[in-house]
Design a binder for this molecule. Structure first.
Ligand code: 26W
Length: 825
């Protein structure tokens, strides 16, 4: 068939019909029989989930094919998002809202004696990410699809995503997350979309006919990357972005060599070794200790993705000269940084470009987003490891560096120290600085919030910024209101729609129309009733997961995010203990009853983060069982915080804790989700908190603590945390109780390391310096909360001013300023 005939065939293929309850019921029964293979009369809830997912997937496939066809016909410039992580969560409800069929499907299921709410609980979270960076990638694909941008995501299909966290004896215990146990109903397996990825081997050099030295990479060990495609629909747009996830397979020839030697068992052993590449997500969001398997994962997905991008380009274009016109690639942090030398390798070794021409093309294709300034999170790889695993790439990195340092010499004559600071290789000559490679190889480099971008330009990339100031831009992060309001908080979404119409769902700036309603007492009451119902639901989750009772008339004070010292969960604990002491000592008569909830995973090897989880659980045990304070304070650590938990916790929260040391949290995105759901923020002047403050106004947020500048000065000018301890009695009491075994009489020395980091270890994150300001600001929070009318007014003003924090705004800004792509009709 020619293409037009194919198109006609696709158009006449029997379409999925979701236009009526009856049609949905018929097709659900049909999918139950033909796809799940189960008698509808005996189907389980999980069977219904899979039948429904197959039905929905069918529609998404139709929309995807139409989207792809339109992009192909328009020969559109495309944006490829390369990310090691996608923290999607569940998809069923999201897809039903995107397709506008949620209520109809719920009704169809009800007619059949099923409950949509119940069956959706059987879906596993797709937790192919650690935290903010992976969740951001998921929000961005949603926004690209919603607004019709020709976007395409690449990542890894980890067999084990983020570990499941259990709390045993107060401590985090990691369990593998087998999310594929019943199969992933959303994916399309593509056994025919495969690429070889090469590792190890050695380089040989020879002179060609024209006398140039040609390098060859030979004797490699190969692995096959096989594609799985996951459709990501837009909201009401009929457009679908493809997320292509690579899975590692053993090569066939590899097996054959062994088979010929009659060594069947060794062949199969080798097969599992190569398939380990996509086995597991590394659960560290900061320090990485340079594991070879991680390096191989990074290269595996980068190489497969670039081969696929080039193959797609070749379907329309004979030459790669036009690659930068048709392709722009976003590097989500440095994890895909090997894409830079990999594109160079493909252009030079496979397509005969000379180094200079290849470099000119490469630098036009890539852009890089930096997500963290923490020095321990900046990736570097040992030269020795690169030499063993990717010798050709190391060779190209040296050449890129040599060339680049020539430019540096020219730009900064007579400043040899600049050379060593900017080099792609560290001072000792032992490691490659991947962030430098990304900056040098990219057309644009962006930070993720205004402060973060400023700090990036002033500190980590200061020299680069002097050399090429136009390269550095800011795109403040955003979140998708489709998941974080429409799906997670349907009652509030409905109230908003009733008040201002539906426009906010694809243009969040429209929320501004809500602002006058903050002064409407009837609206405030409805808003408050929704919050209360959401708190009830949240309290149910706390009961189920911890056994603790928290009552909806308490102030729900929540900190959910990865456990990390810079995020300062410990500062929150110091406040909790201070509050507890006030209550115990009869100084808490007029205090507002509070439920303080924590949720978050610690990297398995991060001792201090795990110790803080244990402390929270010990503190909860003591406080929650102390009858003398009469339920005026409760503490809970909710195990296994993930996207699905966030969907319940965020709408049910009054007070959002965003209390990182100023200058350490690149942006934060949880801060945006909370404010969008009508929580007030207590926070530092860090990351996007600053922009949230500017949007909602100083009266509608609680800001405390040192600024990033002040913290910088203290770091430089001598900081003495002990002085705060010596002069602040409440702080001293709290620290002494932790260190003295008040919460853990069975093992009183358990928390000595916490006292040591704070008092003698330098208090790297300035908890002592910010304590008093935090305590006082928490008291102001209570004063406002005591006036529920005033509180609800502020909460509504928060929602009304969150228009700028949609990932739609972020994506429009990337599209215009970085990608230069347009929506395809
Ligand atoms: C080397 C291992 C590793 C893995 C992940 C290092 C660093 C990361 C990420 C950069 C961690 C991360 O998720 N960063 C967060 O990115 C969010 C999205 O931009 C920001 O909102 C958060 O502030 C930032 O911590």
């Amino acid at each position: 068939m020619d293409q037009t005939a194919n198109q006609a065939a696709a158009a006449t293929a029997p379409a999925i019909d979701l236009s009526s309850v009856e049609a949905i019921k018929d097709q659900l029964r049909s999918f139950m029989v033909h796809s799940v293979g189960v008698d509808p009369d005996f189907a389980s809830q999980r069977d219904w989930l899979y039948a429904l997912a197959q039905l929905v997937r069918g529609r998404l496939s139709e929309e995807y094919l139409a989207t792809a066809r339109a992009q192909y016909d328009a020969d559109a410039r495309r944006v490829y998002y390369l990310s090691m992580e996608y923290l999607t969560g569940r998809s069923l409800l999201k897809h039903l809202y995107d397709l506008g069929v949620h209520d109809r499907v719920a009704e169809a299921l009800k007619d059949m004696g099923q409950s949509l709410e119940a069956i959706q609980e059987f879906e596993y979270d797709a937790a192919l990410g650690n935290g903010g960076l992976g969740r951001l990638a998921a929000c961005y694909l949603d926004s690209m699809a919603t607004h019709g941008y020709p976007g395409f995501g690449y990542g890894i299909r980890y067999e084990f995503g983020m570990f499941t966290q259990r709390v045993e004896g107060g401590q985090q215990v990691e369990h593998p997350e087998t999310w594929l146990r019943y199969g992933n109903p959303w994916e399309f397996e593509r056994p025919n979309v495969i690429y070889p990825v090469r590792f190890r081997g050695r380089l040989t050099h020879f002179k060609n006919e024209t006398g140039e030295t040609v390098t060859q990479w030979v004797d490699t060990t190969d692995v096959i990357a096989m594609a799985y495609d996951v459709p990501v629909p837009g909201y009401g747009s009929g457009k679908v972005v493809k997320l292509r996830l690579w899975s590692a397979r053993a090569t066939r020839d590899f097996d054959l060599r062994y088979f010929n030697e009659g060594n069947y068992i060794d062949a199969v052993k080798d097969k599992t070794i190569s398939e380990n590449l996509s086995k597991v997500l590394y659960p560290m969001d900061t320090t990485l200790m340079g594991q070879e398997l991680r390096l191989m994962q990074e290269y595996f997905f980068v190489s497969a993705s670039l081969q696929d991008i080039i193959a797609r380009h070749h379907r329309k274009h004979a030459s790669l000269d036009t690659l930068p016109e048709k392709v722009t690639i976003q590097l989500n942090d440095t994890h895909p940084s090997l894409a830079v030398p990999e594109l160079m390798r493909l252009l030079i070794d496979h397509y005969d470009y000379d180094f200079q021409k290849a470099w000119d093309l490469t630098r036009e294709v890539f852009n890089y987003t930096n997500h963290t300034l923490l020095p321990e999170a900046l990736e570097t790889w040992p030269i020795a490891m690169l030499e063993a695993v990717l010798p050709r790439h190391l060779d190209l990195i040296y050449k890129i560096n040599f060339d680049f340092l020539q430019q540096v010499k020219y730009a900064f004559p007579g400043q040899p120290d600049v050379l060593s600071r900017m080099s792609l290789i560290d001072d000792a000559g032992r490691r490659v600085r991947m962030a430098h490679l990304c900056v040098v190889g990219s057309r644009r480099v962006n930070g993720v919030a205004a402060l973060h971008t400023d700090l990036m330009r002033a500190h980590v990339f200061a020299d680069f910024n002097r050399m090429e100031p136009d390269k550095f831009v800011n795109v403040t992060n955003g979140v998708t209101q489709r998941r974080w309001l429409l799906q997670a908080n349907r009652p509030l979404a409905d109230l908003i729609t009733e008040a201002i119409g539906e426009g906010w769902k694809t243009d969040l700036s429209r929320l501004k129309d809500l602002e006058p309603l903050a002064d409407d007492s009837a609206f405030r009451e409805r808003f408050a009733a929704i919050k209360r119902a959401n708190k009830q639901r949240f309290a149910g989750m706390v009961r189920d997961r911890t056994g603790f009772e928290i009552a909806p008339d308490m102030m729900f004070d929540t900190q959910i995010k990865r456990m990390h010292e810079y995020k300062r969960q410990l500062l929150n604990v110091l406040h909790v203990i201070t509050l507890y002491n006030d209550l115990r000592n009869g100084r808490g008569g007029d205090r507002i009853p509070r439920a303080v909830t924590f949720g978050g995973k610690a990297a398995p090897g991060y001792f201090m983060a795990k110790l803080i989880i244990r402390l929270i659980n010990d503190v909860a045990m003591v406080i929650n069982h102390d009858r003398s304070i009469r339920d005026r304070l409760k503490v809970a650590f909710v195990p296994n915080y993930n996207v699905s938990a966030a969907e319940i916790i965020i709408p049910g929260t009054d007070l959002s804790e965003q209390i990182s040391t100023a200058g350490t949290e690149a942006s934060g995105t949880g801060n945006m989700k909370f404010a969008l759901n009508g929580a007030l923020t207590i926070g530092t002047l860090d990351g996007a908190n600053i922009e949230i403050k500017n949007a909602v106004g100083d009266d509608n947020i609680f800001i405390f603590g040192k600024t990033a500048d002040e913290v910088g000065d203290m770091r430089a000018g001598g900081y003495h945390p002990r002085e705060y301890y010596d002069t602040n009695e409440a702080l001293r009491n709290a620290v002494d109780m932790i260190a003295g075994g008040f919460f853990n009489a069975d093992d009183p020395d358990r928390y000595l390391p916490i006292r040591d980091t704070l008092l003698s270890g330098g208090d790297h994150f300035f908890l002592m310096a910010d304590y008093q300001s935090y305590i006082e600001t928490q008291a102001q929070v209570e004063a406002v909360y005591a006036d529920q009318d005033a509180w609800m007014r502020k909460a509504i003003v928060n929602v009304a001013n969150m228009g700028g924090f949609s990932s739609d705004r972020s994506i429009h800004s990337y599209a215009k300023d970085i990608w230069r792509v347009q929506p395809v009709a």
